[in-house]
Design a protein around this ligand. Structure first.
Ligand code: FAD
Length: 502
């Protein structure tokens, strides 16, 4: 496997803690959360060395699992006093290395904080601790309500991680992303103090700090309580899968459906390779050799849904689909979705290794960019399969390679970067839902000017002047915050051009 071992990477502008200081900090952590919830031995820390992006690894100095918001605050205060950086971790399913430990820092794992604190169906609100899984939120309010943002990892990923990544999923085209559902947050700020942004009610006055926190990837503090909006479950759901000869025709169908004013609950596309891999695993009866499969789901009031569904069938046929399959019952609907959701893991059957890329393009550019991706695959001699949220223009190219073949991993990584270049050139973004983390920080200057990055850094410094919260993530080069007391001296990292001061 191609590994970026980043064990030497620690926070900028800060000397590593010595053994004595570290032992004192660990003793404090044990006093706060109890002996059994602090891990320092290498074999225990290995559990936390990566998130879902396995090619990055780093061991923290300690991993600590607090059981309450008060314990999180006390742990963060202890880190702040010792000047030790910390990284929040939920379920560790992130795909951009966001929860990758900082080498000599503390990993704060909130997975024990799993209580649903309040279910208020009348006001359509739920309040949960950050370690509650995404799927448990819907489970807590079903059958009359549901929580729409639905990452494919929803059985394991935590609401805290969803908030930090502004996660999305198949139903976000119609329903919106996590940011559209978080009405309030209780936070532990990087100095260990508590703050509350928003609450149960919508749209608090003042600056939208809630909006700033959602998607901040653990760099502004740790969410310890989350208020979420839930919505009524639709009266009915209708699902079809249409097969096309080429992704261009399927992409055209996507644009036409949306232009008709139809807002599908989900509209997902798979290309030929993804269909082949998924079918081998899910056995949904998807035919071999078709260029593209479009899965369209409409939900809402029965009569409107039925009428609109006929329009979707018509558009698919007009765009060249000669095989439109309407799910006859829940079992068939589940089979269609099983195939869609199997596409990522099934890729392991086609290739020993693959990178999952995550980029966004304007929906109308789908056919052009997919062709560019195909050309890039040919140029590099690598297989690229595509499975994605077509309605949002959120691509997930799966770049296949064999790490045992000299140079292929590097080629695949370069090709992945060129796919992002194509997305940015098409007016899109370097990430749709998986975040920047450690993996995409080098690509940030493709989208943002130095002035933009400086603006981000000022916001970050307002929350975290000591630079302790997830310090090595998101920004392309490590930066320091604020003035230091005493005469100004350039830090060795500044001398080396690796960090700068604001
Ligand atoms: C098979 C698979 C499918 C996936 N499908 C999707 C998908 O469809 N859509 C999608 O958006 N993502 C998807 N993901 C990515 C991932 O599941 C999401 O990013 C998810 O939100 C991460 O949650 P987590 O609890 O695992 O967070 P982690 O990986 O533990 O952490 C992610 C980030 O959140 C920060 N963080 C965690 N908890 C907190 C907290 N309480 N307060 C502040 N910061 C915190 C961490 O520091 C880190 O930066 C998928 C991943 C896998 C493995």
């Amino acid at each position: 496997m191609h590994m970026h071992v980043v064990e030497s990477e620690s926070a900028p502008g800060r000397a590593a803690v010595d053994g004595r200081e570290l032992r004192a900090l660990v003793a404090q952590l044990r006093a706060i959360v109890g002996e059994r919830w602090v891990f320092v031995d290498e074999h225990e820390l290995r559990t936390y060395e990566s998130d879902g992006l396995l090619q990055y690894r780093a061991l923290p100095a300690a991993a600590v699992l607090p059981g309450s918001a008060e314990e999180v605050a006390a742990v963060v205060r202890a880190c702040a006093r010792a000047g030790v950086p910390f990284v929040a971790r939920g379920a560790g399913s992130g795909l951009s290395g966001g929860a990758l430990p900082v080498a000599d820092g503390v990993l704060i794992v909130v997975s024990r904080m799993k209580r649903v604190l309040e279910v208020d169906l009348e006001n359509q609100r739920v309040c949960v601790e950050p370690g509650v899984t995404n799927a448990s939120v819907t489970a807590a309010v079903a059958p009359a309500f549901f929580y729409p943002p639905d990452p494919s990892s929803q059985i394991v990923c935590s609401i805290g991680g969803n908030v930090a990544e502004n996660s999305g999923g198949a139903h976000c085209f119609k329903y919106g992303f996590t940011t559209n559902y978080v009405t309030g947050l209780e936070l532990v700020l990087p100095d260990g103090s508590f703050a509350q942004l928003g609450g149960k009610a919508l749209d608090a006055p003042g600056y939208d700090l809630l909006g700033a926190f959602v998607g901040s990837e653990g760099t502004l503090g740790i969410a310890t309580k989350v208020w979420l909006r839930i919505v009524p479950a639709p009266e009915t759901t209708k699902t079809l899968v249409a097969f096309f000869d080429h992704t261009r025709a399927a992409g055209e169908a996507v644009s036409r459906i949306v232009q008709c004013g139809i807002v599908p609950g989900a509209i997902e596309m798979m290309d030929e390779r993804a269909i082949e891999a998924a079918e081998a695993m899910a056995q949904a009866g998807f035919p071999p050799g078709r260029g593209a499969a479009l899965l369209v789901e409409l939900d809402g009031a029965q009569r409107e849904c039925e009428a609109r569904f006929q329009e979707v069938v018509r558009v698919c046929e007009e765009c060249g689909s000669d095989d439109v399959r309407v799910a006859r019952d829940d079992a068939e609907r589940e089979r269609f979705w099983k195939a869609r959701k199997a596409a990522f893991p099934a890729m392991g059957r086609l290739s020993p290794n693959y990178f999952v890329q995550d980029g966004v393009i304007p929906r109308t550019k789908l056919p052009d960019v997919l062709e560019q991706i195909e050309e890039l695959g040919r140029e590099y001699g690598l297989l690229v399969a595509n499975v994605f949220h077509a309605g949002d223009g959120n691509l997930h190219p799966l770049v296949c390679f064999d790490a045992a073949v000299e140079g292929q991993a590097q080629a695949a990584e370069e090709l992945s970067g060129r796919i992002l270049d194509a997305c940015v050139e098409a007016g899109g973004s370097i990430t749709g839902e998986h975040g920047v983390g450690v993996d995409k920080r080098k690509h940030m200057p493709k989208m943002f000017s130095e002035a933009d990055l400086e603006c981000f850094q000022r916001l970050r410094c307002a929350f975290d002047p000591a630079g302790l919260a997830n310090p090595t993530k998101v920004m392309p080069t490590p930066r320091l915050c604020g003035e230091v007391p005493g005469p100004y001296r350039r830090h060795p990292l500044e001398e080396a051009g690796l960090a700068e001061r604001f």
